[in-house]
Write a protein that binds this ligand. Structure first.
Ligand code: CA2
Length: 148
């Protein structure tokens, strides 16, 4: 039997507050609920997810570097770092893994500074504005790409 394929799911700064603060923007679903739903979807396809959240740029970069050779793809919501972090982008580009970027909100309908992403052009694709189901859609796209 072949080894289970693994996907690293990274959640950036403040996403630990999901479901607890600002539900009018980010909804009532908690991060734990999103992670549970991803684990279920992954399991159905013979994949495993490793879900991590950090408020610290360097910690996220360490996890990306450590994932090289250990996972088959990365699903990431870089949160505020999307719009600021060249270092996070460089780590994602260097890891050589397929990447999908997810945003809960439609960043294009919000403040102009949210339209710029340092991650989008090193990702296979970006999903924005679909709320928590967007994570499952992104995961599905990533699994299909890995299986192809
Ligand atoms: O829409 C998204 O998923 C974002 O990545 C969320 C980031 C924001 O900076 C991006 O522009 C778009 C913010 C994450 C903050 O998460 C919170 C969750 C609940 C309460 C407060 C903040």
């Amino acid at each position: 039997m072949s080894a289970k394929r693994r996907i690293l799911v990274l959640h950036g700064p403040n996403l630990n507050l999901l479901g607890l603060r600002e539900p009018e923007i980010y909804g009532a679903t908690t991060l734990a609920e999103i992670n549970e739903s991803l684990a279920e979807s992954a399991g159905e396809q013979g994949f495993e997810v490793d879900c991590q959240q950090s408020n610290h740029e360097g910690v996220l970069i360490d996890w990306i570097q450590q994932s090289m050779g250990r996972v088959d793809g990365i699903l990431i919501n870089p949160a505020g770092l999307t719009h600021t972090s060249v270092a996070l982008r460089d780590a994602l580009a260097a890891c050589g893994l397929p990447i999908i970027e997810v945003h809960l909100s439609n960043v294009h309908m919000r403040e102009p500074f949210r339209r710029q992403s340092f991650v989008s052009d090193v990702a296979l694709g970006t999903i924005a504005g679909l709320g928590p189901p967007g994570y499952r859609l992104g995961l599905r796209a990533l699994m299909e790409r890995i299986q192809a």
